[in-house]
Write a protein that binds this ligand. Structure first.
Ligand SMILES: Nc1ncnc2c1ncn2[C@@H]1O[C@H](COP(=O)(O)OP(=O)(O)O)[C@@H](O)[C@H]1O
Ligand SMILES: [Mg+2]
Length: 248
């Protein structure tokens, strides 16, 4: 088994706030790991560390055999990791002044020196894959939230990532658009993409995750198969979190 992510004893602080505490986390190739936890528990910070958007103070972090050192060390590994890891945010983060097509073509051309015709063909293929092949020449503001998030996924896929990180990808969407984005993610998972997903969509987690991780105040306090974590949580914190979330 190839381990795409290897984190050992990782600690991160924001000033005095100890935001990630002794994190140990391994993700195998093809695995889908869903991270759940209350607001402010450190979920975003954890996945932002995985692609080097945040520095950490101690411990080790390796992504696809590129070791990142604490405090932003090893810039070369960081550049490699950024190329290999796709990230999708709650707020889409598309470039508003570029068409959907150009949004997707940008990184392959800039970072991988892809030829324009190649990048264009990739954009069209990926837009078809996420079900919006007919929207290529619109601007992001002309699309619905669900469509914009699908563009953001296509844009991340254009870099042929080895790992995809999702940070609450459906939290900013109107309810009727959540399903179309989750469908794309479900397909990706089926095709074998390695994924770490922060989400409050417990139905999706139960169905798609190989493993669910519950974070409480910066610590992984429970981890297991979805059925075990959801139906038979061992930690009292997990029980109380789930009873609050699943009550809706
Ligand atoms: N850039 C930052 N500077 C200072 N504190 C931060 C920063 N980002 C997040 N935090 C704090 O770190 C904690 C974890 O935040 P975050 O990882 O965003 O949690 P989650 O994604 O689980 O809601 C929170 O207390 C938050 O206020
Ligand atoms: Mg967050």
């Amino acid at each position: 088994m190839t381990q795409i992510v290897k984190i050992k004893g990782m600690n991160k602080y924001f000033g005095k706030l100890h935001v990630l505490k002794d994190i140990d986390l391994t993700v195998e190739q093809g695995e889908v790991v869903v991270i759940i936890g209350a607001s402010g528990s450190g979920k975003s910070t954890l996945i932002r560390c995985v692609n080097g958007l945040e520095e950490f103070e101690s411990g080790t972090l390796e992504v696809d055999n590129h070791p990142l050192a604490p405090k932003g060390g090893n810039q070369k590994a960081l550049a490699e990791i950024r190329k290999e890891v796709g990230m999708v945010f709650q707020q889409f983060n598309l470039f508003p002044h570029l068409t959907v097509r150009k949004n997707i073509m940008l990184a392959p051309m800039k970072v991988k020196n892809a030829a324009q015709v190649v990048a264009n063909a990739t954009a069209e293929r990926l837009l078809n894959r996420v079900g919006i092949g007919n929207q290529a020449d619109k601007y992001p503001s002309q699309l619905s939230g669900g469509q914009q998030q699908r563009v953001a996924i296509a844009r991340a896929l254009a870099m042929e990532p080895r790992l995809m990180l999702f940070d609450e990808p459906t939290s900013a969407l109107d309810p009727e658009m959540i399903g179309e984005v989750l469908d794309v993610m479900r397909e990706l998972a089926k095709e074998g993409m390695t994924m770490i997903v922060v989400t409050h969509e417990m139905g999706f987690a139960r169905e798609v995750a190989d493993r669910v991780i519950y974070i409480h105040e910066g610590q992984i306090v429970e981890e297991g198969k979805p059925a075990d974590v959801f139906d038979n949580p061992q930690n009292e914190r997990t029980q109380s979190f789930l009873s609050r979330v699943l009550a809706h």
